[in-house]
Write a protein of this length. Structure first.
Length: 273
């Protein structure tokens, strides 16, 4: 039963179907791990959500920043960004079913020696620490008071993780780590401004996965989120956001042997308002 990890889809439904044809996906025998950002900026987020939801236990998804953005907008929080393509989801007759399903996805997944998150892991966290922190935020997202979380989700603080953090600051620190982190300092201070490829960042910043002696280095981590990285396949890290939305590729990796499969993606032009 092979498992395929798949990079950021962001509403590119046709590219996803093309990729699944390429790997000869069999929902009765195979499993798909999605690294998050199922929706937004691409042409058909609604079809992506409907398709992956109906896969049932064949699909494991972790939440990305665009997925959380959709959930917040649906509750009346945050603001629409230029380039958002979420209106069809928000206007769909089955929106509540789809949003409920999406809100109950995970922030981190740890299985068969792999750790999957959308963006990053605090340098001081082991894989077990990451799963424990993810469970805290998932409880808030899936609990009866989830709207309170979305009301306070947006923000760049705290920039440094502290086990003593409580309340919304603790939850925001967890969620920002898993869904937004790219660069941080040697001390683990997160930066949310530098987004280019390594080498373009401000002085004093490192990709989170290159911080020396990070605690999760012994567990290979699968991420998306960072299209300017391109494909990375090294012992401790697999990065799979290869810029499908921007006319790059949608990429899958078969975890059992690390074989890579990719399909070319057309450039999507965001409709004018």
């Amino acid at each position: 039963m092979p498992t395929y990890a798949i990079g950021d889809i962001q509403g590119c439904h046709d590219s996803l179907l093309h990729l699944l044809d390429t790997i000869h996906f069999d929902p009765a025998a195979d499993r798909l791990w999605f690294v998050g950002d199922l929706v937004n900026r691409g042409p058909d987020s609604l079809a992506v959500l409907r398709f992956i939801r109906q896969l049932g236990e064949s699909a494991i998804c972790v939440l990305g920043n665009h997925d959380l953005h959709l959930l917040a907008l649906a509750e009346g929080y945050g603001r629409t960004h230029k380039g958002d393509t979420l209106d069809t989801v928000l206007a769909a007759p089955d929106r509540e079913v789809l949003l409920h399903w999406l809100r109950h996805r995970r922030l981190a997944w740890h299985e068969n020696g792999w750790l999957m998150v959308h963006a990053g892991v605090q340098p001081g966290w082991t894989a077990d620490d990451a799963m424990a922190r993810a469970a805290e935020a998932e409880a808030a997202l899936q609990g009866a008071d989830y709207r309170s979380f979305f009301a306070h989700m947006y923000g760049n603080t705290p920039v440094t993780w502290d086990d003593a953090l409580t309340g919304i600051e603790r939850l925001r620190g967890i969620v920002n780590t898993f869904t937004r982190l790219r660069y941080c300092t040697l001390a683990g201070e997160m930066d949310f401004h530098s987004k280019g490829a390594p080498g373009s960042q401000a002085p004093g910043l490192l990709p989170w996965f290159d911080v020396p002696d990070r605690a999760s280095a012994g567990t290979p981590c699968i991420i998306g989120h960072w299209s300017t990285l391109g494909l990375i396949n090294r012992p401790d890290l697999v990065a799979l956001d290869t810029g499908c939305l921007w006319g790059g590729q949608l990429t899958a990796m078969r975890l059992e042997d690390r074989q890579v499969f990719a399909v070319a993606c057309p450039v999507f032009q965001t409709p004018k308002a």
